[in-house]
Design a protein around this ligand. Sequence first.
Ligand SMILES: [Zn+2]
Length: 263
Amino acid sequence: MCPVGGGLVSGGALFGRATFVAHCLLVEMAKGLVLVDTGFGLADVATPKELGRPFLFATRPELRPEQTAVRQIEALGFDPRDVRDVVVTHLDLDHAGGLSDFPEAKVHVFAKEHLAATTRPTLQERERYRAVQFSHSPKWEVHEVEGDTWEGFGAVRVLFDDVLLVPLLGHSRGHSAVAVRDGDGWLLHAGDAYFHEGELLDPPSCPPGLELFQAALSFDDAARRENQRRLRSLAKAKSNVRIFSAHSRSEYQRLRDDRAKRV
Ligand SMILES: [Zn+2]
């Protein structure tokens, strides 16, 4: 996504081009493939107007088929039908668009998020969730916010031995992070709990336009800020938990480069 506002939203040069990724994570497990978040899908590429004018105007997404999760999974040599489970941080249109490319997969989500996305009770929720992205009747696996503790976070749902749903309600009603075991440590896909890598630093920093954008999008802004504080403490305390947001391009590139070195 290349929103208007340049440096005011992404940092760097004031009139530079702001770019945000939609970071999906593919997990290879013995039982099959697990996809964390789906970004935009082939249907969004085919008919972008379904994403709604306000979103298209504000974020100017570059929608190309080869950038979708399903095409990238194929390019890696996998069969997309082996994606048996999809775990979503939340169901905003830039995270759920690819669901219809994996119609047979179970879709794991918190109950509050599922209810908000499928009933869209407020004006804001009618824009952020697109009914057309769920029109193929996804195989929902709805989870309550309750369960174990992990690294100081409570009510964590263990989906599989190595994949956890970690509640971070605030950005949306049922927003979560997804923790995936990676060797001796963890990857933590924090979804939209924060957008800019500076927000994990102490003291935190964020370009002003992006801070306003996040506050305006939040279902519960106080909870969103508290989540960021908790993520900052985790980042400080645990070097073996690698936290990244769904939209930071620099975090995405660093992870991709590190992975390329290891493979
Ligand atoms: Zn998002």
